[in-house]
Write a protein that binds this ligand. Structure first.
Ligand code: GDP
Ligand code: ZN
Ligand code: ZN
Length: 595
């Protein structure tokens, strides 16, 4: 029973039926597609090492900056400009930072001798005032250096600014010195120690080899393995000028990429260094360019706490370690092969696309109907027909009609709503081609028909004289043999169909109709063929013969079984059959849609 699930159904194997097209062209095309797919899959497997299980790197970084810089600082002492020289070593210019970063100072602004007190603000547009009214007691501007006292006091000469309670004297607002004070920091070197680990593969490595020459310096081509970098070289690699960046500071990324092949036969695990400027070098001056921060050195002078405030400009180096370690893994290989198998189906998709697109349906719609492509189109059409079986939705409204004076059949898929079926246009569909191999299956009597008295023993053409002449029957009849339907009013229009579209001889007058549809002997043969022990003399026999005759007519005129199920018999044929195999009492029930 359909729809019922039984245990036995679980133990069934379902396989798809295939159509093998014996074509050199398509066979070659399929092999070409397979070779392309195989080449790509193999190339990707080897080049991306997709047979390996990959794991991201875990790492630790340690840096050491070395170098000495001599700095000349200009100071004002009693109104006289003085130049003081000082030497900066590692402790002066590097600052401990968290994470994988280190900082090198390249420029600074110093405000010396600050202590807690009250003093005028540094004059800017925001802090200038002319009287106490311009200042507000307790006002704290995030941009200012202290809390306003509400007084307006002279700063220098007749310039007056608001007084603040702050570290005095307040820091001057000024540009970073140009050129940078520690511009010679470009000669500093940094040693980067990087230990990595692939826990899943139980493998550790370091970027420093035991035989490292400690006096080496990294060079992209000549010494790419050396972990000692000259700061100026790093900037040269990214196309920047160290002296320019040194003025405002910046952020530089040092990337260490580990692409490790941990397979014994191709073992390779060395780092690759590259550099990337990480701050926004295009930012214009007003948008806080570069990288700077403030720090203070505190001391006591005559028991007063004092500090030297330093605004430090410099370069922060961020060390970014990334990469993967891969080792052969059979599971990865199987998964990869499995995932690529579907690509071999591309050949089928491609060739099916060609067959569907270049079948003659496409040719018919192309601009030049008789173009050169029609030969392959015809071949493709043949393949298409073999491959594709189209099925019309079996709706209750679906019907097929066939007129003896038309080469095609018509599909009607609508409610008739009182209109005779004869008058409905419908959609033309080609008559299914006759399968001549079916002819030997016809009952023997048909292949050798008994002669009709008075007629020669050959197929006789349609004879016009049988039955009443056109005009006697209903309005829609063209053959003169149709009769009005017996059906109730609402279904009557279904049987208002003639065997012809235009006036002429009726199909019931043809010899073949008699032999194929009306021959009692042939129909009995068919019924017995289905049910060999059928009692043909019972009362019900006439009904069975009648229904069999309907089916014979439908099979003859409509060809395929799918169409015949929805075929409507013309009234003349219907009544001719009913006359031959009548029903003793009651009304005929007429056509019922099988769905
Ligand atoms: P009944 O024998 O009293 O039921 O009435 P009919 O002689 O009209 O036969 C009814 C059977 O024949 C039903 O199964 C119908 O589906 C079928 N039948 C009647 N007319 C047609 C027709 O035009 N086309 C097809 N395909 N089947 C028909
Ligand atoms: Zn008719
Ligand atoms: Zn007719």
């Amino acid at each position: 029973m359909p729809g019922r699930c039984r245990c036995r159904d679980a133990f069934q194997y379902e396989s798809s039926k295939v159509i093998r097209i014996q074509s050199v062209h398509y066979g070659t095309l399929q092999w070409i597609c397979h070779v392309i797919v195989l080449s790509y899959v193999s190339f990707a497997l080897v080049s991306d090492k997709l047979y390996q299980r990959k794991e991201p790197v875990v790492s630790s970084v340690h840096t050491k900056v070395k170098g000495i810089a001599e700095v000349s600082e200009e100071t004002m002492e009693n109104g006289v400009k003085k130049t003081a020289w000082s030497v900066f070593d590692t402790a002066d210019y590097t600052f401990p930072l968290q994470g994988n970063s280190f900082f090198v100072m390249t420029n600074f602004l110093k405000t010396e001798g600050q202590s807690q007190g009250r003093c005028p603000e540094y004059p800017t547009r925001r802090t200038l005032c002319s009287s106490d009214k311009g200042c507000k007691k307790g006002w704290m501007d995030p941009q200012s250096r202290g809390i306003q006292t509400g007084k307006c006091v002279p700063y220098k000469g007749n310039q007056k600014t608001c007084e603040v309670s702050a570290w005095c004297p307040t820091e001057a607002v000024q540009e970073a010195p140009r050129p940078a004070l520690l511009r010679s920091a470009e000669n500093f070197t940094v040693l980067i120690k990087n230990n990595i680990d692939f826990p899943g593969h139980n493998y550790t490595a370091r970027n420093i080899l035991p035989d490292l020459n400690v006096s080496c310096t990294f060079h992209k081509t000549q010494n790419p393995e050396c972990p000692i970098f000259r700061l100026g070289d790093i900037f040269r690699e990214t196309g920047d000028n160290f002296s320019d960046v040194a003025i405002q500071g910046g952020i530089m990324g040092i990337e260490i990429y580990w692409d490790c092949n941990l397979d014994r036969w191709f073992h390779h695990c060395r780092p690759k260094y590259s550099f990337r400027r990480l701050d926004d070098k295009t930012t214009n001056e007003s948008l806080y360019p570069g990288y700077n921060f403030r720090y203070a050195k505190y001391y006591k002078e005559m028991n007063i706490e004092k500090r030297t405030l330093i605004k430090v400009f410099g370069i922060r180096f961020d060390i970014l370690v990334f990469g993967t370690g891969g080792k052969f893994d059979i599971i990865q290989l199987v998964v990869y092969i499995g995932s690529t198998l579907s690509y071999f189906g591309l050949a089928t998709v491609f060739i099916d696309f060609l067959i569907n697109t270049y079948s003659s349906g496409w040719c018919r719609s192309c601009v030049y109907p008789c173009c050169k492509c029609c030969q392959p189109c015809a071949v493709n059409e043949y393949y298409y027909r073999k491959k594709c079986e189209s099925i019309v939705e079996p709706k209750p409204t679906l019907k097929y009609v066939s007129f003896v004076d038309e080469p095609h059949i018509r599909m009607v898929d609508q409610q008739l709503l009182g209109k005779s079926l004869q008058d409905v246009k419908g959609k033309e569909v080609p008559r299914p081609p006759l399968d001549f191999t079916d002819l030997p299956k016809l009952p023997l009597s048909l292949r050798d028909p008994p002669p009709v008295p008075g007629q020669p023993e050959e197929m006789q053409p349609l004879r016009g004289e049988a039955g009443p002449s056109p005009g006697d029957g209903p309005r829609w009849c063209q053959c003169g043999n149709c009769l009005p339907s017996q059906l109730p009013e609402n279904r009557r229009c279904l049987e208002e169909l003639c065997c012809r579209k235009k006036p002429g001889a009726c199909i019931t007058s043809s010899d073949l109709f008699r032999q194929l549809v009306l021959s009692r002997q042939a129909l009995q043969f068919l019924l017995l063929y289905q049910e060999p022990l059928l009692a043909l003399d019972s009362d019900a026999t006439n009904a069975r013969l009648r229904h069999c005759a309907y089916r014979c007519y439908a099979a003859w005129r409509f060809g395929s079984q799918d169409v015949a199920d929805f075929a409507i018999l013309p009234s003349c044929c219907r009544w001719r059959i009913r006359r031959e195999f009548p029903k003793s009492q009651g009304q005929y029930s007429g056509f019922r849609s099988p769905y």
